[in-house]
Design a protein around this ligand. Structure first.
Ligand SMILES: O=P(O)(O)OC[C@H]1O[C@H](O)[C@H](O)[C@@H](O)[C@@H]1O
Length: 536
């Protein structure tokens, strides 16, 4: 561990019993100084234990890790995904007028061509120029998993007020329940099926795609005519029988969990139209420009990363909760869970050595106010602090329900205040006394009503959730994950940890059918035998 990590840990230790609330007394300007604004986004990180000294050390940490250099290497197409030998250029998908050279060739003409073909196709579907065999397309089913599902699903839900296209549905799980429930009630003759898979080999997606083709083939004469493929493996899409005119390809330098900006975003484009989709890209491009140009100490993705590092690697808090006070951001926690945990859940550093720091944290969450009535109990009174990351829009879309929105916002701000302030034993005793309790019973009851407080949170405040601001937010988190990965010295762009389970599933499947060769562990073989017996 280098000197800067030791100094950060010592700084944390030296804070001793200082509470977050005390930092506001020590620095009357703290609420403003630790609240960073850029391009209409407000990131308040004042309700953390990061003081000026910690901030300076954290910025030094980012400088020492050469965040600026790695950032340029990413944007300019260097092969920073070293374990897969690939460039990392999802940013190119949203900078359509730019130019990026990989292996001596500008990749942008092909990106623009695919984008324009997608836009033409989306316009045709939305206008009715492209029809199903029973008339205009009424429903779109996106079949994909992981990065080929979470991004478009999250964004389609988030931007519901902008939907003016066909209804979009998402099937991901190989559990037949998913596709059965989704297809129930849909008309195959007016449904468009999108098979979204970077590799076009993912077993869940290919199984669901074949089931959808069978479903459609029972009603229409040419099911493949209502299929679209989004993939890097264009050869395999042809084998499946999808017309190359409806195949939208992308290069291997777009990681699955970073792919919503290109063809994988087609369902979103169909739902909101290509112009709104381009606003989504423009929001992300604005965040890219900010990330690339702003000094580290004013740089939103860098600050989010430093807050994350402070909480997990320095303070030792094992998880982080993402709490959007926006019901339409229902899938954002799941989306960010993949982004963060698949990117930075690694135990080996880029150079092959063991990581000598904890890898990225567990990320979880749920929109407020619902979470308040479920798991906030633990956040307030559990023994392990959970740094909370709130997201709030100043305006909702329901102008006639403005009172709902103010109540929603009040809850969000109240939670961060309660987490920091807590309630002392004295305050709890006064409450109990006012209820008429006294003596030992008062003492006993009061202790249950104490809130330790001093629990950190940040708040990301935006004006309104639009295609543009959603693009900003998602790109903000993408770059945050990248900066955290650079500081930890790992490769955020591979995901070898998902391979072993997939391989073994192929060997366990015959075992469950009674055909498997032995060689599994006794527990797995025992469970498989019980499974077979229960199926009769
Ligand atoms: O798009 P696909 O090739 O079907 O991959 C879908 C997903 O599955 C993999 O297992 C990876 O963990 C994900 O990063 C990926 O997004």
């Amino acid at each position: 561990m280098t000197d800067i990590w030791t100094r950060l840990k010592s700084h944390r230790q030296a804070q001793g019993a200082t509470r977050i609330a005390d930092l506001f007394d020590a620095d009357p300007d703290r609420a403003r100084a630790f609240c960073t604004q850029a391009d209409g986004l407000v990131f308040d990180w004042s309700k953390t234990a990061i003081d000026a000294g910690a901030r300076d050390l954290l910025v030094e940490l980012a400088e020492g890790a050469d965040v600026a250099g790695r950032r340029e290497a990413m944007f300019t197409g260097e092969r920073i995904n070293e374990t897969e030998g690939r460039a990392v250029l999802h940013t190119a998908l949203r900078n359509l007028r730019g130019s990026v050279v990989v292996d001596g060739q500008d990749v942008m003409p092909a990106v623009r061509e695919t984008h324009d073909r997608m836009a033409d196709f989306a316009r045709d579907v939305r206008s009715g120029a492209f029809t199903g065999q029973g008339g205009a397309i009424t429903d779109v089913v996106n079949i994909g998993i992981g990065g080929s599902d979470l991004g478009p699903y999250m964004a389609v839900l988030a931007l519901a007020p902008y939907h003016d296209g066909p209804r979009c549905h998402f099937v991901s799980n190989v559990d037949g329940a998913d596709i059965a429930d989704t297809l129930k009630g849909l008309d195959p003759a007016t449904t468009l099926v999108i098979v979204a898979s970077k590799t076009f080999t993912t077993i869940e997606t290919m199984t669901n795609a074949r089931t959808a083709r069978d479903w459609m083939g029972r009603v229409v004469t040419d099911p493949a005519a209502q299929f679209v493929a989004l993939s890097s493996a264009t050869g395999k899409t042809a084998e499946f029988g999808i017309d190359p005119a409806r195949v939208f390809g992308f290069e291997d330098w777009v990681g699955g969990r970073y792919s919503v900006w290109g063809p994988i975003g087609l369902s979103l484009m169909l739902a909101i139209g290509d112009e709104r989709f381009d606003e989504f890209l423009a929001g992300a491009a604005a965040m890219d420009a900010h990330f690339r140009a702003a000094p580290l100490v004013e740089n939103l993705p860098v600050l989010l990363a430093l807050v994350g590092i402070w909480h997990h690697q320095i303070c030792g808090y094992p998880t982080r909760a993402l709490l959007p006070y926006d019901n339409r951001l229902l899938r954002l926690p799941a989306y960010l869970q993949q982004l963060e945990m698949e990117s930075n859940g690694k135990r080996v550093a880029m150079d092959g050595s063991d990581l000598d720091l904890p890898s990225g944290p567990v990320v979880w969450g749920e929109p407020g106010t619902n979470g308040q009535h479920a798991f906030y109990q633990l956040i307030h009174q559990g023994t392990t602090p959970v740094p909370c990351e709130f997201i709030l829009a100043a305006k909702g879309h329901e102008d006639d329900l403005a009172h709902h929105h103010v109540l929603l916002a009040a809850n969000c701000l109240a939670q961060s205040e309660a987490l920091m302030r807590g309630r002392s034993l004295e305050e709890a005793r006064a409450l109990m006394r006012a209820k008429g309790l006294e003596g030992a019973e008062l003492d006993r009851q009061a202790r249950h009503r104490v809130f330790p407080g001093n629990r950190p949170s940040t708040t990301l405040l935006i004006e309104k959730l639009t295609p543009f601001t959603l693009g900003q937010i998602v790109a903000l988190y993408e770059h945050r994950v990248f900066v955290e990965g650079v500081i930890l010295g790992l490769n955020s762009f591979d995901q070898w940890g998902v391979e072993l389970g997939k391989e073994l599933a192929l060997k366990v499947e015959p075992l469950l059918k009674g055909e498997g060769a032995p060689g599994h562990d006794p527990s797995t073989e025992h469970l498989a035998a019980l499974f077979r017996r229960m199926r009769g």
